[in-house]
Design a binder for this molecule. Structure first.
Ligand SMILES: [Zn+2]
Length: 151
């Protein structure tokens, strides 16, 4: 398969270097699989020198919020975000897992206060590789599988 050009969209975002197989989850998290969520293209299992195989998600006409970028970092810590304007990459950055994750993740502990009151969830990242976070309220530790289910 030929390498796809990052700049094949006019205006929008290209999320590159997603580990192969995680592209669909990225789309799901961005809720782009709904109608009118933006024209979207998923290139799966593209050959990549760095990762072996990677997924690429292209979204025409959409730019990501900081919250969305943080969610992508949790799913695909190797991802690169390209902001495209007028067919050119106007900005490019690597996603980064923040030290603290607020609001975007639910605690897996059903008894946790953050699931019952008007509390914004808050987690501390205790390990990035493998991914592990700890709840500020109940101290429950969540690993990658659980994190992805609760995003
Ligand atoms: Zn908790």
């Amino acid at each position: 398969m030929a390498e796809l050009k990052v700049t094949a969209i006019r205006e929008g975002t290209v999320i590159d270097h997603i580990p192969a197989g995680k592209g669909l989850k990225v789309i799901e998290i961005l809720r782009l699989n709904r109608p009118n969520g933006g024209v979207l293209l998923l290139a799966s299992n593209v050959h990549s020198g760095k990762l072996g195989r990677k997924d690429i998600v292209k979204i025409e006409g959409k730019f990501l919020s900081e919250e969305e970028v943080n969610k992508i970092a949790l799913i695909a810590p190797t991802a690169t975000v390209n902001i495209v304007r007028d067919y050119k990459v106007a900005e490019k950055f690597k996603v980064e897992i923040p030290d603290e994750i607020t609001g975007i993740l639910r605690c897996a502990n059903p008894n946790c206060v953050s699931n019952h009151e008007y509390t914004v969830s808050k987690f501390y990242v205790v390990s990035r590789e493998p991914l592990k976070v700890r709840c500020h309220y109940c101290e429950r530790t969540m690993e990658e599988e659980e994190i992805l289910r609760n995003l």
